[in-house]
Design a protein around this ligand. Structure first.
Ligand SMILES: C[S@@+](CC[C@H](N)C(=O)[O-])C[C@H]1O[C@@H](n2cnc3c(N)ncnc32)[C@H](O)[C@@H]1O
Length: 383
């Protein structure tokens, strides 16, 4: 069957993209020592179908897991596809896989994991139920069985230490807010654009969430076909510490603000200089710099501070960017007359007196401790 592009599949009902086992393997291999004695919860994962469940079954002993919990969602279109079960969501709780190991095996292989689910699974699973919920507007909502917001799933969340899954993209904000509310560790897949959503950006800025290692390139669709390989649309996000996050961005020491000021124009509405490529971050600039969002991949909190971003929908109320200085009203109107797409909160530089919008920018600066410990970089200039 033909591959479908991830972008066109974006509209697929309920964001049904299933994660490939190899994508899970290549990300989680960076955290193997983080799971000892932990309860892992996969809360958007039909226990029979999810590769997350299979992955943890296959690494249960190596990771020294205390327990694996997985819950499926009632309306999932893949429920019962791979392994036939009655189509109601279940919670699977696994505390031991040893009975299913063969010979010298320390952990199950993929066949063993499927066999485990087929034979043991149906004995140890219990059904999930939905419940009513009254929201802040006093509206009654019904959470289907297996909904991560339902009472039963929240109770399971409370029991768990690390949540690991690929949640529905359309509920990403709610999903991450819940993980933060319950102070859980997590390793999850999300849309890369989430990094620029206001709430999520604040979490990144405050070092409550960071990028994982990889960007999954392909997913499985409900009909079993795979999306085309596309890089950069999705991302692993986590709040579990990892080595890459502490690796400082190697700077080009020849790339100085002192010698190349003309390449780093100051924005007209932000007190920051424009740096159009992460590789071009000047190694000697102590002030605020506007860099492309690809910076998140290179972000090391010991080296840089994140201060804010452009295009905040409610920039006027936001404290994310308090060095933002909107131009006078008349100038705003003039710029708008030159270009209707011009927005006051876009970062722009003036070229021949006309504003030139730049793309989304993240505002960063070197941390004070980095500046102090690298006097050879910062001992010149007035920046
Ligand atoms: C992007 S898919 C990923 C599935 C699986 N975690 C994986 O990685 O293969 C998201 C899954 O969440 C389920 N889902 C949708 N809304 C949900 C909700 N409110 N609570 C729990 N699961 C939900 C969907 O049915 C779907 O199976």
């Amino acid at each position: 069957m033909a591959n479908k592009s991830l972008a066109s599949a974006k509209d697929a009902k309920n964001d049904e993209f299933y994660t490939e086992l190899n994508e899970i393997q290549s990300e989680l291999s960076n955290y193997t020592n983080k799971f000892e004695g932990k309860v892992v919860f996969c809360n958007c994962d039909d226990p029979f179908e999810s590769n997350f469940v299979k992955y943890f079954l296959m690494n249960f002993n190596r990771f020294k897991l205390k327990e694996l919990i997985a819950t499926g969602y009632k309306t999932s279109p893949i429920a019962g596809k791979e392994i036939a079960v009655v189509n109601i969501p279940y919670v699977l709780r696994v505390t031991d896989t040893t009975k299913y190991l063969v010979g010298t095996q320390k952990d199950l292989d993929i066949r063993g994991a499927i066999y485990f689910l087929k034979t043991e699974g149906s004995n140890i699973m219990t059904p999930l139920f939905g419940n009513k919920f009254i929201d802040e507007n006093k509206q009654e909502i019904y959470y289907e069985a297996g909904d991560f917001r339902s009472d039963m799933c929240i109770e399971l969340l409370k029991e768990s230490d690390i949540v690991c899954t690929n949640p529905p993209f359309s509920l990403f904000r709610e999903y991450i807010a819940q993980l933060i509310q319950y102070k859980k560790q997590f390793l999850i897949i999300g849309n890369k654009n989430a990094a620029t959503y206001k709430d999520f950006f604040s979490l990144l800025k405050n070092n409550q969430v960071w990028f994982g290692y990889n960007s999954p390139t392909s997913f499985i669709l409900p009909d079993g076909t795979h999306t085309k390989k596309v890089t950069g649309l999705t991302r692993w996000f986590t709040n579990i510490d990892h080595i890459k996050r502490h690796q400082m961005l190697p700077l080009d020491l020849g790339c100085t603000y002192e010698n190349y000021k003309e390449q780093y124009p100051m924005y007209d509405n932000y007190s920051a200089i424009e740096v159009n490529k992460v590789q071009k971050i000047p190694c000697d600039y102590k002030g605020v710099m506007g860099v492309p969002p690809t910076f998140f991949d290179k972000y090391c909190p010991e080296q840089f501070e994140i201060l804010g971003k452009t295009k905040l929908l409610d920039w006027a109320n936001s404290k994310d960017c308090d060095f933002f200085t909107p131009p006078p009203k008349e100038l705003q109107e003039y710029y708008k007359s030159l270009d209707k797409t011009w927005r006051v909160q876009n970062a722009y530089i003036l070229v021949d007196g006309k504003p030139l919008d730049v793309f989304d920018r993240i505002f960063i600066k070197f941390t004070n401790s980095y500046i102090k410990s690298h006097p050879e970089q910062f001992n010149k200039g007035d920046c």
